[in-house]
Ligand binder design. Sequence first.
Ligand code: SAH
Ligand code: SF4
Ligand code: F3S
Length: 439
Amino acid sequence: MEKQKFYFIETFGCQMNVHDSEKIAGMLRDLGYTETSEKETSDIIVFNTCCIRETAELKIMAKIGDLKALKRKNKDLIIVICGCMTQQQGMPQLLKKRFPYINLVIGTHNLDMLEDYIRNYNGSKFKSIVWEHEEGITENSKIYRSSENHAFVNIMYGCNNFCTYCIVPYVRGRERSRKVEDIVREVESLAKENKYSLITLLGQNVNSYGLDFKDNKTNFVYLLDKLCKIEGDFKISFMSSHPKDFSSELIDFIARHEKMSRAIHLPVQSGSDEILRKMNRRYTSGHYKKLVDEMYNKIENLSLTTDIIVGFPGETEEDFMETCNLLKYCKFSSIFGFVYSKRNGTPAASFDNQVPYKIKKDRICRLFDLQHEIQRSELARYIGQKFDCIIEKDEKGRFVAKTFNNKTVKLKGKDYILGDKRIVEVKEINKNELIGEIA
Ligand code: SAH
Ligand code: SF4
Ligand code: F3S
């Protein structure tokens, strides 16, 4: 009997990457490999990388460095580096120089070539297959889903927005949408499995879905309409949307359709119009606030989250205060806050008035403190309320209840059934968590 072979995948970055890793797992399982959570016992190690901020990149570089010892112990170990980092100018060469024991560097546009590489592998040394440009869309990927109740579906790839701080358009290429029929087919088959309570549609800016078809018909709402008609007990959410293209039509659609999740992620980045202009976001804080008003007015139980960057070049204390004011106005359920990080090749990297790290650090701490305060007073309103919930597990494997608008309620005790629908009463808050029990 042939010896069992193992793979280990570590994923960095966003949900797009999490989903790409599910495709990598699909390919490797098809080749007879089994998943392991230990690098030491694996035959293939894959790092699916992210380069959105320097911190991400440094962490990954250090981890690739650590693999040297493993490779020395096991000469047959195959080391694969893929994901956004590999698409940066000069990166494959740099990786080769620093870590010659890597076997394969493979880009985001041609990830599906991994399967053939592994199938034909015969002990070859460093190889790099990184296409500089995107070419169409690969359908029929084998996907090994990592969550029992939450599925990701790509609806488009790439980004055309070129926010001046962001590396994504350079490493993920231009926007291209998957065909409506292909997406519908995938969601139908997920619905048939009858275990996914949430399906998240993925794209860097889902609001521009379908515009590349130029048929005056296909757009994001058109797609959602088709998906909401699919029978099954699941909710649909999406990631991410750009405020400049979030239409009233979309808000109305969400408000009217039970299947649409009430949790919406709408990255604002800054509350200062001057900074938003320099970021090339193409909206003002006034536009954003109006959008948020309309959403709260029309969508019952809306849970809004956002991304914020502090310390963008030229950001003054006044600009930062405007971001704080925006947080107070929008009452986000939670925020993802980042310290601006210079990315080579992006316009903002060469802007004047880069903000010193000390000031950036101070602002991010103040931002989080403010948000905690806002969340605490918002959460206090939930005490005593009852919600229809689905029982899920959190990242530590503990049972939690998810409300319809995606709030997490920590549960006391252990006797729950995953996927069960129960009414949960919120009893108290602890720090920024709701704590409750089955009503
Ligand atoms: N396409 C998504 C965002 C992908 S990146 C969108 O537009 O919503 C996720 C988040 O990382 C961004 O929203 C932004 O807040 C942050 N980010 C991107 N580039 C960054 C940089 N150079 N420094 C710090 N944060 C950054
Ligand atoms: Fe980056 Fe902006 Fe595109 Fe989002 S919309 S991926 S922040 S360039
Ligand atoms: Fe990172 Fe690439 Fe996502 S740079 S945030 S993994 S699209």
